[in-house]
Design a protein around this ligand. Structure first.
Ligand code: MN
Length: 481
């Protein structure tokens, strides 16, 4: 179980009794959080910061503990913020500033100087807020009484984003082959991606997978086929084509675990030695939280794995999607998003069918794929692009809908969705912002989750939704003269 360290702030000015009470209140708070949020994250109390040395010791512990994904700080009393400078300078993990109190209400009849000196978050948290701003340390502020539901929800959200950032820091992407020739948006500064997000982008030839495919044993193959038959409906007689995909999946799984990769890319221009495009294999792997990017798109491979981690434990689907084609009927505009094949099986709203059909691109054998209709409901579409001197995240609110009519001649998995606030503004905004044709769609995550990730990683964020107006389009793209 991953954890958050809870570090309170105080000082010795108010006496030993006061510090004992601070520790007791924090202990109670941490116990409460473990009870309420223990299914997502665990909390552990560190010594109250009363001096710069204690702060440094606490932060050393935070930084050396691999299970720790972030820190929650709260100034119970007044903790002079110079004591936090050296500790905070060491902190390289997500930080939540919890602006709360041990008491919900003011005891108007009883309050005296002792009570006020003990319970002065309004005083101490503002001193602390100043030093965070002064040191330019990315952080999330959550304000309110700690037992209130909205506060607990926000702490849970922070924990999920922190776990996603932790995966990001450990992210290793296996890129098989390079980017698809001539495509711009799938490219990016791999070095900067590692510096900023921790993503190790590692190249291997697809021959590594071909070798492993050749070595798949009958036992391994039978086990994978049994798994497919359990999860999916076999709607083809071409079992050999399905077995081929099963071998690909076994090979990818083996390679990824041997090389500790959480995401991978391939490129249909570089599949030497493979009989099919790895469609179904990628669909099934994505449903298990493995990031995937087609056409060598390392950014979306890593980003999709990070966002799937963020969505863990929530209802809804999250995964890679590619924009394709529109229905432009006035007032009823829809987008059909899919990929050649690789739509994550997690989007299925019913048991997917395994089908085998020609692909019409790539010049390979007919690939097996999972075919299904998608879940519906409110969601987001989010992508990351490289602007040359910085990365930009674009997040659009969308509504996933059922396709108005069946598409019997398009046997692939797909989703359909409506743009917000409408087609004209929503898609223009996406284009102005430089949005990619590769993105992550999620019915589990919200704009707020993405905003927190962007804030904590120091990434530019552009949002599009019902609050976007025609006048806003100007701000998404202003040429520099
Ligand atoms: Mn593409």
């Amino acid at each position: 179980m991953k954890k958050l360290y809870f570090i309170p702030g105080s000082q010795d000015l108010y006496g030993e009794e006061c510090l004992k009470q601070v520790a007791a209140d924090c202990s109670k708070m941490v116990k409460f959080f473990n009870k309420k949020l223990g299914d997502t994250i665990s909390f552990e109390l560190l010594p109250t910061v009363e001096t710069s040395d204690i702060c440094v010791d606490d932060m050393k512990k935070v930084m050396c503990d691999d299970d720790c994904v972030g820190v929650v700080t709260w100034m119970h009393t007044f903790s002079p913020a110079k004591m936090w400078i050296k500790g905070l300078q060491m902190l390289r993990k997500p930080l939540l500033h919890l602006h709360t109190q041990a008491n919900e209400k003011l005891p108007y009849d009883e309050i005296d100087m002792d009570f006020m000196n003990l319970n002065q978050a309004a005083h101490g948290d503002r001193e602390y807020g100043y030093i965070l701003a002064r040191l330019n340390i990315p952080h999330q502020v959550v304000a309110g009484y700690y037992e209130h539901k909205d506060v607990l929800d926000e702490i849970r959200q922070f924990a999920q984003v922190a776990k996603a950032i932790d995966l990001s820091k450990h992210m290793r992407v296996a890129t098989f082959g390079n980017n698809m020739r001539d495509v711009a948006v799938t490219d990016g500064n791999r070095l900067e991606s590692e510096i900023k997000y921790g993503w190790e982008i590692k190249y291997w030839g697809i021959g590594e997978i071909v070798d492993l495919v050749d070595k798949v044993t009958a036992k391994e193959l039978n086990a994978k086929m049994a798994e497919y038959k359990k999860k999916y409906t076999m709607a083809t007689d071409n079992i050999d084509a399905v077995k081929e995909q099963a071998k690909y999946e076994i090979a990818f799984e083996k390679f990824m675990s041997q090389n500790r990769c959480y995401a991978f890319t391939d490129n249909f221009q570089d599949l030497h030695g493979m009989k099919q495009l790895p469609g179904m294999a990628a669909q099934d792997l994505m449903a298990e939280g493995i990031g995937f990017g087609p056409e060598g798109d390392y950014k979306i491979a890593a980003f999709s794995a990070v966002l799937m981690k963020m969505a863990e434990g929530r209802k809804g689907a999250t995964g890679f999607i590619e924009d394709y084609t529109y229905d432009l009927t006035p007032g009823k505009e829809l987008e059909l998003a899919s990929h050649m094949l690789e739509v994550p099986a997690s989007f299925a709203d019913a048991k997917p069918e395994i089908q085998v059909h020609p692909l019409g691109i790539g010049g390979k054998d007919d690939p097996a794929r999972l075919v299904f209709d998608s879940v519906t409901g409110d969601g987001i579409q989010v992508t990351m692009i490289d602007m040359g001197d910085h990365f930009r995240i674009i997040c659009a609110d969308i509504e996933l809908v059922r396709e108005p009519k069946p598409m019997p001649k398009l046997p692939v998995a797909q989703i359909m969705y409506r743009h917000k606030p409408n087609f004209k503004i929503g898609t223009a905004a996406w284009c102005y912002a430089g949005g990619a044709h590769h993105s992550v769609v999620s019915t589990a995550l919200t704009r707020n989750d993405i905003a927190m990730f962007a804030k904590l990683t120091g990434t530019e964020l552009i949002t599009i939704g019902d609050d976007t107006t025609e006048a806003d389009l100007q701000k998404f793209f202003t040429p520099k003269f």
